[in-house]
Design a binder for this molecule. Structure first.
Ligand code: 3HC
Length: 293
């Protein structure tokens, strides 16, 4: 029988991490939400409040349900708070050394039978797993942005992940309303491997002044029925995250399709990271807001 998860942890409360916290809490699971500093904790709390506030404003959540959801989340800057979590999802920036360091620490904090999951988009789960003493309990659990909305989760099984742990994670993904699919440990898994060549191509088109940002996005939205255009989607994902994903995929596969268009790095260096910073290919009403000005 699949494990009954009542308390999980999430490390890293950026766009993805805060979204993952919301998904668990919405589904009645207690969450320990961890960030590196008190300031980062407050930012993460703000992302969660914005998202649940929007759901209340749209009549999708009552104020009582919102209060109950928030009461299920314990924010902290102390990783020790994760000690009695049955599963921890790591959602920190895409740097292999950072993730390995976190997994090595986590291994020593949580109980021996706790599951460790990484939300990495493109880094090798196997390499993260071997930073722990027991790599059998490590899986990939890759959510999509916005996590509270998109119903897909890639569950990544390494050559060493135990079958039982893998089945528990799949069952958990279903319980929180997601469709889990099983994928091997290859850069970009399924979705990002298909998506990022397309996004990079759109950026190259914009960079070469072949077409305007509005026309590139309209082509895919209105011409092909995609929910958003590629440049707006880059802004949603975050240009820093997109750069790291492309760079990792390029280094692993050497496919020119994934060689990051130079403007992405330039924009990241200039602080134009997309919605999260208030400006990317478009300018937003405020950091984290979706309204374009
Ligand atoms: N957080 C939480 N909820 C959000 C949200 C956010 N950031 N943005 C939108 N929503 C919710 C809204 O509240 C609304 O909920 P409701 O239907 O319950 O009222 C619903 O989503 C629809 O929102 P809107 O009506 O404002 O706007 P749209 O219908 O245009 O949908 C969208 C917005 C969901 C972002 C949609 O445009 C979309 O799906 N875009 C594509 C996103 C995508 O491709 N994501 C994958 C990126 S790749 C990735 O994540 C992998 C990683 O490794 C990088």
């Amino acid at each position: 029988m699949a494990r009954d998860f009542t308390k999980v942890g999430v490390i890293g409360l950026g766009t993805m991490g805060a979204g993952i916290v919301e998904v668990f809490a919405r589904n009645g699971i207690d969450v320990v939400a961890v960030e590196v500093s008190d300031e980062a904790v407050e930012k993460g709390r703000g992302v969660l409040s914005n998202s649940t506030g929007r759901a209340v404003a749209r009549g999708k959540l009552t104020e009582d349900e919102q209060a109950a959801l928030h009461a299920r989340v314990h924010f902290t800057s102390d990783m020790g708070g994760l000690r009695d979590c049955q599963l921890v999802v790591e959602a920190v920036p895409e740097h292999l050394d950072l993730k390995k360091e976190i997994f090595a620490k986590l291994d020593a904090i949580v109980a021996d039978d706790a599951i460790l999951a990484t939300n990495t988009s493109s880094l090798p789960v196997t390499e993260i797993a071997v930073a722990t003493v027991n790599p059998k309990r490590v899986v990939g659990m890759h959510f999509f942005n916005p996590a509270p909305v998109l119903q897909f989760v890639e569950v990544i099984k390494t050559v060493i992940t135990s079958d039982e742990i893998f089945e528990d994670v799949k069952a958990l993904a279903e319980r929180i309303g997601k469709k889990p699919v099983i994928v091997g440990d290859k850069a970009g898994f399924i979705a990002n491997a298909l998506l990022f060549g397309y996004l990079n191509h759109a950026v190259a088109m914009f960079e070469s002044k072949y077409a305007t940002r509005e026309d590139i996005d309209a082509a895919m939205r209105l011409g092909c029925g995609y929910p958003m255009g590629p440049l707006a989607l880059m802004d949603l994902i975050g240009l820093d995250t997109a750069y790291e994903i492309l760079d990792t995929m390029y280094k692993q596969g050497r496919d020119r399709l994934h060689a990051p268009s130079p403007i992405i790095k330039q924009m990241v260096t200039a602080g134009l990271k997309g919605r999260k910073s208030g400006r990317g290919f478009y300018t937003y009403a405020a950091p984290g807001k979706s309204e374009v000005v």
